[in-house]
Design a protein around this ligand. Sequence first.
Ligand code: 5GP
Length: 213
Amino acid sequence: MKKQQKGILVILSGFSGAGKGTIMNLLMNRYQENYALSISATTRKPREGEQEGREYFFKTREEFEKMIEKNELIEYALYVENYYGTPRAYVEKQLEAGRDVILEIEIQGARKIKAMFPDTLLLFVTPPDAGTLKERLLGRGTDEETVVLARLARACEEALGIEDYDYLVVNEVLEDCVEKVHSIIQNEHQKVNRNQEFINRIKEELKRFSEGE
Ligand code: 5GP
């Protein structure tokens, strides 16, 4: 008889351009049955190729502020002049169902969630060096140069918070990176403090058997 563990809330943060989106896509393709990916709401305009409800739920500022008022977001943050937030209902439902939920969010949101749910697992993804990051942001070609500079400035600020995270994942070879993220999360399930019910049960069973049952 195996007691199902509650899902782990996992936050994947990292500098803009670190490859978080690609890592997430591969992870979801490969291990679909393990993970649920939370889709955020944002006031940012869709980039080319992005779809409503796939990358984000795209909202006007008014709509987003309504969601805040109605307590529909677990957390939200301003990032380079746009709001981003995590819808509450989906996350709670998936965790209860025993699935690990991954939030791909920036550092302010990560801190808020960790304060509310101290069991949250925090992963920070970084490219091997800053030059790679700049090249990726420019090469992506989806943002204007001023936006790229703002994102690099934001990366400087975010670097100050890396020590708040549990794991650092260097994205040098994409495939390896995806496997690293998967194994970190799977190992987390073996932590003693996440298995208290199992431990209590086996202690009780042992006691009963030792008493001759
Ligand atoms: P982008 O505009 O590149 O899609 O995202 C900008 C930043 O916002 C990224 O660092 C991304 O992780 C973060 N982000 C996306 N969704 C959320 C969210 O729901 N909450 C918070 N706090 N940050 C988010």
